[in-house]
Design a protein around this ligand. Structure first.
Ligand code: MN
Length: 236
């Protein structure tokens, strides 16, 4: 009974947060983080055990509570008393990109943004159908449709040498898969990020050890938040 009540409470909380994220995204890309202050660490959009068994509560605990929070704390220290403290996160990332004297600000700000985008790219396993607007784009953009997308996305996850990210992005009316090393993000390009997969070892090592391919496959098959991707599509 206690467990049931606790599940119910986390479900209500998760649903409310998910609704807030979707509502925010109606305002257009990338509302999830655009207005975010570097001073506020956004909460996870679901309970810390909601992605089990694909991603364990332990992994989420370290990944959000230690890795993401450390980037966030570092950023707060780096921008304190500087003009960046008054900017939103996206403006900080774009303003610091490619500037040799702002490498630390870029790395920490981009990692804060990338992680918030990653949490929202995932959702608990669901039988919900992919929204038509994104399904149509996938069919038009990848040879073999969804299977073609899966192959390219897991290929990007596996092909990223060392730490980094695999992304589904929109560019020039089509979707494509790209990968970025370390803290790099499509935010600094002309492409619009739709979904991301964290392929840093900390994202999967506790659950999958060296088996990045198994982690990527399990997330792609079970956890990708296609509602979020659809909401991130550039408005025609
Ligand atoms: Mn990470």
């Amino acid at each position: 009974m206690i467990d049931h009540m606790s599940d119910r409470r986390s479900f209500v909380k998760t649903a409310a947060l998910a609704a807030a994220v979707l509502a925010a995204n109606d305002a257009g890309f990338p509302a999830i983080a655009k207005g975010a202050s570097p001073m506020i660490l956004p909460p996870l959009p679901w309970a810390d055990n909601a992605l089990e068994p694909v991603i364990s509560k332990t992994t989420i605990g370290f990944h959000y509570g230690k890795h993401h929070k450390t980037y966030f704390d570092n950023l707060g220290g780096l921008v304190a008393g500087k003009p960046e403290a008054d900017l939103d996160l996206v403006a900080i990332v774009k303003g610091a990109a490619g500037k040799a004297d702002k490498t630390a600000i870029f790395n920490n700000a981009a990692q804060v943004w990338n992680h918030t985008f990653y949490w929202n790219s995932l959702r608990p396993k669901s039988d919900a159908k992919m929204p038509k607007e994104i399904a149509d784009k996938i069919d038009a953009s990848f040879e073999g449709g969804y299977e073609g997308f899966k192959k390219e996305f897991s290929g990007a996850a596996m092909g990223q040498f060392g730490s980094g990210w695999a992304w589904l992005v929109a560019e020039g009316g089509k979707l494509k898969v790209v990968k970025t090393p370390n803290a790099e993000s499509p935010l600094t390009t002309s492409a619009t990020p739709l979904l991301t997969l964290d392929v840093w070892e900390h994202a999967y090592y506790l659950d999958y050890q060296n088996r990045r391919k198994d982690y990527a496959a399990a997330v792609i098959d079970n956890l990708l938040n296609w509602e979020f991707a659809a909401n991130n599509l550039p408005k025609a």
